[in-house]
Design a protein around this ligand. Structure first.
Ligand SMILES: Cc1cc2nc3c(=O)[nH]c(=O)nc-3n(C[C@H](O)[C@H](O)[C@H](O)COP(=O)(O)O)c2cc1C
Length: 380
């Protein structure tokens, strides 16, 4: 496993065990002391509490419905929802999005996800490898992920803000090598950092660093948001910088302003964060506008994807793949079987959505008739 010291760690803080950890997982004292590990555990607890969603803003997928086809002329079991991503075959166009949980919880979640993804034949991304890359703890990021996952795509991950402190290409190669990944995800989370006590505030000159990374890294660079979406204008900048895959991670699912407002150290910080609860570009809008703005780019739809019908709508609007984090988290914490079952349900929902639109494959789903749910008029 590659580990390197490539930057300074954030200040250390005390540890209050979160409910997720209290459920039977004890971290060694050195890890317990880490401020980042504490924050990650709190994130999981808050998302699991059900209070991390948007208030008013939604993904927008409910504004669409497919025209039902009463005569599909298809064998449901022959509907082909397989696809190729990062030169690897997927049985369904799904990826499990990045989730961190502090080193020990991350280990459990990552192993569960890797095993389930391998069995289901879908891709997955690990959560931020920052702690491991800074040499503080390697738990959760080992070659056993590749062994469990087999031939499915695995994606490494760290935040764009770290490109200010680190040598991007060396850190990127180390992150990839650590887990034998097929690509590196760079996450953009300016809102989360802005409303988080002690978050990274300097987001200047990051595009040129992303470009240097994308041009020099041995594997593809994927850029994703974390729940506020990526606009067409930003997507064009990223594509011009050599990024070939974009995960919109739009609004309507996990709201990091909601999460951070609950972690705020005082009323001032809470009020600042709470105002941004509903900030972002709805996932459906982001997908549709990116497909027009960046025709040759691989687009991942994520952010509030609830089921296989949302996935079908996202693919019809221009996505190549669909990612999920919070929807899969309870199952991922439950164990491999629960996660496999959740993925199987969504896969079957997507297959039926294809069947009931008369689509024999994902390619034909892309031209299925999608209606505006309010007017009944066909969308383009
Ligand atoms: C508990 C948790 C931890 C997360 N950690 C990371 C992370 O380390 N890196 C990252 O890029 N995104 C991270 N995310 C963001 C997700 O990958 C995803 O972009 C976001 O939650 C929106 O998707 P959702 O609505 O399906 O949750 C995390 C999400 C959750 C729920």
């Amino acid at each position: 496993m590659a580990r390197m010291s490539i930057g300074s760690r954030k200040k250390q803080g005390g540890m209050k065990l979160g409910a997720a950890l209290a459920a039977g997982i004890a971290e060694p004292p050195a890890v317990l002391d880490s401020e980042i590990a504490r924050r990650k555990t709190e994130h999981i607890d808050i998302v699991m509490s059900g209070n991390a969603g948007f208030e008013q803003l939604s993904t927008g997928f409910e504004r669409y419905r497919f025209e039902h086809c009463a005569l599909p002329e298809l064998d449901l079991d022959a509907v082909d929802i397989s696809t190729t991503f990062l030169s690897r075959r997927l049985r369904a166009p799904f990826i499990i999005s990045s989730m961190t949980g502090g080193p020990v919880l991350a280990q459990r979640i990552n192993l569960t996800i890797a095993e389930a993804a391998g069995i289901c034949g879908i891709g997955f991304a690990v959560g931020s490898q920052r702690i491991a890359l800074e040499g503080a703890a390697a738990a959760g990021f080992g070659r056993d992920l590749r062994r469990l996952a087999g031939p499915v795509p695995i994606m490494a991950n760290f935040g764009a803000a770290q490109l200010k402190e680190w040598d991007g290409p060396s850190a990127g190669e180390a992150a990839i090598e650590m887990i034998d990944a097929d690509a590196l995800i760079i996450h953009l989370n300016p809102l989360q950092e802005a409303v988080q006590a002690g978050g990274d505030r300097d987001w200047s000159s990051l595009l040129s660093r992303i470009e240097a990374l994308a041009r020099r890294l041995s594997r593809p660079v994927i850029v994703k948001e974390v729940g506020s979406g990526i606009s067409a204008a930003v997507a064009r900048q990223l594509c011009n910088a050599g990024v070939s895959i974009i995960d919109v991670a739009g609004a309507g699912g996990t709201s990091w302003a909601a999460v951070e407002s609950q972690r705020a150290p005082g009323p001032r910080e809470r009020r600042i964060a709470a105002a941004f609860h509903d900030w972002g570009i709805p996932t459906s809008e982001a997908v549709a506008s990116l497909r027009t703005a960046c025709p040759g780019t691989t687009i991942i739809a994520s952010g509030g994807m609830r089921n296989g019908i949302d996935a079908a709508k996202a693919i019809r609007l221009g996505a190549d793949l669909v990612g999920q984090a919070a929807t899969l988290l309870p199952a991922a914490l439950d164990g491999t079987e629960a996660l496999i079952e959740e993925i199987a349900i969504q896969t079957e929902q997507l297959r039926i959505a294809c069947f009931c639109t008369g689509s024999a494959s994902l390619a034909t789903l892309r031209s299925a008739t999608l209606l505006d749910a309010a007017t009944g008029k066909a969308t383009t």
